[in-house]
Design a protein around this ligand. Structure first.
Ligand code: TXA
Ligand code: MG
Length: 347
């Protein structure tokens, strides 16, 4: 049975105590972070961590992120050089996850047998209190594998009730896209996943990093940067079409045929839609915040298909476009390929 724990000011301490008790006794807890909801277990307990893979239907070769709430915990799980450690003391807590050489203490099930571990110090009060009370927590995003990440507690309950020991209900998360992952075992450091912490911010604090063109989200199936990236990701069940060229997008959504589609667009472009549309937001942070939420809205809508526009790739926009491309059934980059959409829906 799953305990649904609604957090408010009065019961916060008690709720954290209950959830930490569950983690320490080998159970699983869904908890909020500033990015997306996580599905956590005691990072040092392989049996508990194996429950995460079962609950999520996650392939065993996809490693978990270890969540910490202080620098001592970092030293328990990974090796880090002094210079970087100092910088991280100023950067954390924040949605920047580091890939580091792991220590013996991290079980194979967490690192999927690799000699590295991803470490994350989340900027969310409830997450930090829970980790502080229970020790390092291994947690992937809480969604069932391949589904969009979970950004609100109702979806967490809908998707995971009966699969985990407890779910903390803490409403909507702040960012809506996952943390940025930086491989610090490479020289220079290398971006493994675009996320809520922008490349621009990393470079202004840590220095120049290597950003693979794949960070944009194309070609997911051929070359996998991290084990997780070789699987289809973040995807709604309905077929989503991305039209990157804004003029073509506007033309498409004002056409008669677009009435079979749910249109996902910016506030600015809403007026061009001739059929049903959902506004993702008017700035890129708002769009990130609503993206996964509205992918799920598409699934629950009466429409057979979704069509979404492209956004500028600066700041958090890089993560937004990475997620949209990975979630899309088809990416239309130019005018010539618009016909391909018609072909798919007429099949
Ligand atoms: O914002 C986030 O990072 C959220 C919240 C819950 O903290 N977590 C999250 O975890 O997104 P997950 O498991 O959905 O994504 C972690 C990614 C996966 O693609 C995984 O393959 C990669 O990190 N990863 C984890 N450990 C790794 C390792 N040792 N080497 C390479 N990639 C690793
Ligand atoms: Mg995930």
């Amino acid at each position: 049975m799953t305990r649904i724990i609604h957090i408010n000011n009065q019961n916060e301490n008690y709720a954290i105590k209950v959830c930490a008790g569950i983690i320490k006794s080998g159970g699983t807890v869904v908890f909020p972070t500033e990015t997306v909801y996580g599905l956590g277990a005691d990072a040092f307990n392989p049996g508990a961590c194996s429950k995460i893979f079962i609950a999520k239907n996650r392939p065993a070769d996809n490693p978990l992120i270890v969540h910490i709430s202080n620098m001592k915990m970092l030293d328990q799980v990974a090796y880090i050089d002094d210079g970087l450690r100092k910088k991280m003391e100023n950067i954390w807590p924040s949605p920047l996850t580091l890939l580091l050489k792991k220590k013996e203490s991290v079980p194979d099930i967490v690192s999927a047998g690799l000699d590295t571990v991803c470490v994350r110090f989340p900027d969310n009060k409830i997450a930090l209190e829970l980790i502080e009370a229970s020790g390092p927590i291994a947690a992937p995003s809480a969604n069932i594998s391949t589904r969009p990440s979970i950004v609100d507690s109702e979806t967490a309950v809908e998707e995971l009730d009966g699969r985990v020991d407890a779910i903390i209900d803490a409403g909507r998360v702040r960012y809506g896209v996952e943390s940025t992952i930086l491989d610090c075992t490479a020289e220079p450091y290398r971006l493994l996943r675009a996320g809520a912490f922008s490349v621009e911010d990393i470079e202004s604090i840590i220095g120049k990093i290597y950003v693979d063109p794949l960070a944009k989200g194309y070609n997911q199936s051929d070359v996998a940067l991290t084990p997780g990236l070789k699987y289809r990701h973040y995807a709604p069940s309905k077929k989503l079409f991305l039209i990157e060229n804004e003029e073509e997008f506007k033309k498409f959504i004002s056409s008669e045929i677009s009435k079979d589609f749910l249109v996902l667009c910016s506030k600015e472009n809403e007026k061009y839609a001739s059929g049903k549309s959902i506004v993702l937001g008017s700035d890129i942070y708002e769009i990130a915040h609503n993206l996964f939420y509205d992918f799920r809205y598409l699934d629950n809508s009466g429409k057979l298909y979704g069509v979404i526009q492209g956004f500028p790739e600066s700041g958090i926009g890089l993560a937004v476009m990475n997620r949209i491309r990975k979630a899309s059934f088809m990416i239309v980059k130019d005018k010539e390929n618009i016909d391909k959409i018609y072909r798919v829906i007429n099949e």
